[in-house]
Design a protein around this ligand. Structure first.
Ligand SMILES: [Zn+2]
Length: 259
């Protein structure tokens, strides 16, 4: 991996380029946790190996150019060094392949940062609050994954759009100001099955939190609703967390979501 550091000179603000220092960098998050660059790059290399094998059977699975981009993903990184010595990633050669674990991780960091800034600004106005919800189903085999995700998307639509839904969710929808939803699929190597689940953030009018008359849904209400719209014959796991304030402290549901 090649590394370039752009050093900001305080006097004339010109960037001094320092290349190939041989220094092994450690990237720490805001909370002091070591960021998993090596782990994500190793996973990216695993994906590369799989694509190379797949191309021997069917060349159309990925073009040679994109395969090369995946191979080179993150092979050089440019950091801008600030006056206090801290460094920020300024540029890199990411492949931007949808399946690339390194790029997916970077995308999720960027999205988290953007969502945090937007939600903090909204919370500061005190005109809305947020609830984070994770909706799950039981693990499925690979051949059932596509159909399961389709059903989950339809089920989610019933929660937020269907005007003829259950009474509990009608009041919820009346207070719903907006939402963001993402589907995540994790793979269980031991069982060789998949765990698709939906992460969503609901923006709600403050009156939603004023008990039943505001339409407040308990953890059990969410579980019952999700089971109903998904027409499940078992109790699905859901996780519900209301964000209390703009410092990010949350009130969590007791239910753990397992993969
Ligand atoms: Zn990549």
């Amino acid at each position: 991996m090649r590394m370039t550091i752009l050093q900001e000179n305080e006097q004339d603000c010109k960037l001094e380029i320092i290349e190939g220092t041989g220094e092994v960098l450690e990237d720490l998050s805001g909370t002091g946790r070591k960021r998993p660059w090596s782990e994500r790059k190793s996973e990216s290399v695993e994906l590369l190996n799989l694509f190379e094998m797949a191309r021997k059977i069917d060349e159309s699975v990925i073009s040679q150019t994109r395969l090369q981009a995946l191979k080179d993903c993150g092979s050089w990184l440019t950091f801008a060094q600030q006056a206090d010595g801290t460094r920020r990633l300024a540029n890199a050669n990411f492949c931007r392949l949808r399946l690339c674990p390194l790029c997916g991780w970077r995308r999720s960091l960027k999205l988290f940062s953007q969502v945090s800034k937007i939600s903090e600004a909204i919370l500061a106005e005190k005109k809305a609050r947020f609830v984070f919800v994770t909706l799950t189903v039981e693990n499925v085999k690979g051949e059932e994954l596509r159909a399961t995700i389709k059903r989950m998307n339809e089920g989610f639509k019933c929660l937020v759009q269907d005007k003829k839904g259950m009474a509990a969710s009608a009041t919820f929808r009346a207070n719903l100001m907006g939402y963001m939803k993402a589907i995540e699929v994790t793979y269980n190597t031991k069982r060789n099955d998949f765990h698709p689940h939906i992460h969503c953030i609901f923006e709600l009018a403050p009156k939603y939190f004023r008990g039943k008359e505001g339409g407040y849904l308990t953890h059990e209400d969410w579980r019952v609703m999700w089971r109903s719209v998904m027409k499940l014959d078992y109790e699905p796991q859901v996780d519900v967390r209301a964000i209390k304030n703009h410092h990010g402290k949350s009130r969590g549901g007791s239910c753990k979501v397992s993969c």
